[in-house]
Write a protein that binds this ligand. Structure first.
Ligand SMILES: [Zn+2]
Length: 214
């Protein structure tokens, strides 16, 4: 398998969206974007510490039971791997281009086995809710990692979609936390940093906005 070694500026949108249906109130909407969102910043020392303090995936709001499709051709790498979080159920697919996609907060264990081939666009699971209620924050959490699983990429740059339009509606806050010492840094979905799991936080800003209450 090839190994993705591209620098941030070279990433190409080689994957598709994780839903067959177009976005809308009856199907799915963009929830929380990847990156140094204000929400992730507030939880940087708790929920997102392992991911260097940023939201290391993309959240898609959808009612429980919405079919999820593979974002590319690949082979099932793991089914229900608790070490990768995103409870109650998750799925990892290894792609021949060297990337791995992770689908989290699934409603039930996907009916797939490790080593099974899947095609781009094939239904691979159903959306669920991390709070197990289906009415608090049902969504798909989608990550794109490297083959070692130690690095997460800015998935907006790897998925072919009109993110500008998708960001116009949805349930979660859209803002990125600002470093007032470098106020233009990381203020769009396109320039959010890749992260390496287990490394130090990258957003312990000295001066920040919105104000840090930690
Ligand atoms: Zn998420």
């Amino acid at each position: 398998m090839a190994s993705p070694t591209m620098a941030q500026g070279e990433a190409r949108a080689v994957f598709g969206l994780p839903f067959a249906e177009p976005p809308g109130p009856d199907t799915w909407l963009l929830g929380q974007v990847y990156g140094n969102t204000t929400g992730a910043f507030a939880r940087r020392r708790e929920w997102y510490r392992a991911g260097q303090g940023i939201h290391f995936g993309i959240d898609f709001s959808a009612r429980c039971g919405t079919p999820i499709v593979a974002i590319g051709d690949g082979v099932v790498l793991k089914v229900d791997a608790p070490e990768h979080g995103s409870a109650p159920h998750n799925l990892l697919i290894a792609h021949p281009n060297g990337y791995v996609s992770l689908y989290g907060h699934l409603l039930e264990r996907p009916p797939l086995r490790v080593g099974q081939r899947v095609r781009r666009g094939q239904v691979i699971g159903l959306t669920g809710d991390p709070d197990l209620t289906c009415n608090s924050r049902p969504h798909l959490h989608l990550e794109i990692r490297d083959r070692t699983l130690g690095r997460a990429f800015n998935a907006h740059r790897l998925i072919d979609a009109d993110w500008d339009a998708l960001m116009l509606v949805g349930a979660f806050g859209r803002g990125f936390q600002r470093d007032l010492d470098d106020p233009r840094k990381w203020q769009s979905v396109y320039d959010q940093p890749d992260i390496r799991f287990g490394r130090p936080l990258i957003n312990e800003f000295r001066n920040t906005w919105p104000r840090d209450w930690n």
